[in-house]
Ligand binder design. Structure first.
Ligand code: FAD
Ligand code: DHB
Length: 389
């Protein structure tokens, strides 16, 4: 098969990019290892920045997002008894939208046929070849036979564990990694949220987050040692821990219910550079990971996709080949700012095992400063709502 752009992976980054390219008349094919149901079964991001919402709007695929998404004009930082509200609407004039990654992916999947976006699911042994040349290709096996897709560009949207990043030779690559000594244990349940806005809590027993997917579906997290296993956390133990860490006010409004999903995700900060080498571009988790504090991962994938779509449509439709060459630097400038924000909010809101009284005093002082300073709140709000693209 021959096409202009071969996209590896069919998560949110890949499908957004595929639809944006198709809308501009650029040919593309998407190659994914899993089934659609498997992808929709992964419970992940819940908070969308303006860039993500605006890409869905530009594609005309935002009808359900507008109808069912919950616009949030603020969120809260909790420290012991105190709740610090960050009024993002007042401080920035913008808001975020609570709408699950699962639903966004479902909307993008549903529009495949109507928009002529070809996605091959259940492709095994996906491999990238000749990415340093102008004629890269991707091979895979499906239903027992070998397939080959020839393209002018390959875009790796295959997440942290996919093969694309590994196709960039070590001699040109740089990796930046920070691992955190805990993971987030998440629970999804069909119960109303305990608060109409998100609460990120730093309690002496550890971090907790109260989030939601809708008025009737809640998403909560606590941080746990990396050695903990999900089986050690029955629902009752997790609800008890959430009630303690979120504090008496939130606990009083918390409805408990059976978990629909429960899993532990490790926290890491990771950046791979460059994000383009030869005819291969990387987007989303394939190139970088942020710790989830601050809800940046999916949104960062969306801003990469915005830059990649501009670069590739520039190349194919507007005779602007230089934008592809600039893609890595353009994308990385925004990536690093999101990495910084996610890292600093993680540092502020978690109890690190190696921390002593001094580090804790720094957290208290910083939270005090944020509580009393509009400037400090504005800095947090403009990062949370998303820096300009
Ligand atoms: P992925 O969603 O990982 O998609 C990659 C795709 O590539 C997958 O479908 C995978 O099957 C496929 N693939 C992998 N290997 C191969 C292969 N060999 N061949 C073919 N295909 C392959 N982000 C936010 O913005 N806000 C949040 O609130 C938030 N909360 C999160 C909570 C949790 C618990 C987790 C784990 C993440 C959270 N994130 C959040 C991060 C966010 O989910 C990711 O950043 C996002 O999924 C990145 O999208 P992606 O398309 O780049 O990668
Ligand atoms: C959710 C996840 C996050 O990482 C975050 O910062 C906020 C919300 C969520 O899954 O709802």
């Amino acid at each position: 098969m021959k096409t202009q752009v071969c996209i590896v992976g069919a998560g949110p980054a890949a499908l957004l990019l595929g639809h944006l390219l198709r809308a501009e008349g650029v040919e593309c094919v998407v190659i994914e290892r899993q089934t659609p149901d498997y992808i929709l079964g992964r419970i992940r991001a819940g908070v969308l920045e303006e860039i993500t919402v605006s890409l869905m709007a530009r594609l005309g695929l935002d009808a359900r997002l507008r109808a069912e998404g919950l616009p949030h004009g603020g969120f809260n930082l909790a420290d012991g008894e105190r709740l610090i509200r960050i009024d993002i609407a007042d401080l920035t004039g913008k808001q975020v939208v609570v709408y699950g990654q699962t639903e966004l992916t479902r909307d993008l999947m549903a529009a495949r046929e109507e928009r002529g976006l070809e996605v091959v699911y259940e492709a095994a042994d996906v491999a990238l070849h000749e990415v340093e040349s102008d004629a890269p290709y991707v091979t895979y096996t499906k239903d027992g036979s070998e397939h080959r897709v020839d393209a002018r560009f390959v875009v790796g949207c295959d997440g942290f564990h996919g093969p694309s990043r590994k196709a960039i030779p070590e001699r040109v690559a740089r990796e930046y990694l920070r691992e955190y000594p805990f993971g987030w244990l998440g629970i999804l349940a069909d119960v109303p949220p305990c608060n109409h806005e998100l609460i990120y809590a730093n309690h002496e027993r550890g971090f907790a987050l109260a989030s939601m997917r809708s008025e009737t579906r809640s998403r909560y997290y606590v941080d746990v040692p990396l050695t903990d296993r999900v089986e050690e956390w029955n629902d009752e133990r997790l609800w008890d821990e959430l009630a303690i860490r979120l504090g008496p006010e939130a606990a009083a409004h918390m409805t408990r219910g059976p978990s629909l999903e429960k899993s532990i995700a490790p926290l890491r900060s990771y950046v791979f550079a460059p994000m383009r080498h030869g005819s291969l571009l990387l987007c989303g988790d394939a190139a970088h990971i942020v710790p989830p504090t601050g809800a940046k991962g999916l949104n960062l994938a969306a801003s990469d996709v915005h830059y990649a779509a501009e670069a590739l449509t520039g190349f194919f439709r507007r005779n602007e080949p230089d934008r592809v060459a600039a893609y890595s630097d353009t994308a990385l400038a925004r990536v690093w700012k999101s990495e910084r924000f996610s890292w600093s909010l993680t540092r502020l809101m978690h109890r690190f095992p190696e921390d002593g009284p001094f580090e804790r005093a720094m957290q208290v002082a910083e939270l005090d400063y944020i509580a009393s300073s509009r400037a400090a709140q504005t800095a947090i709000a403009e990062n949370y709502v998303g820096l300009p693209v």
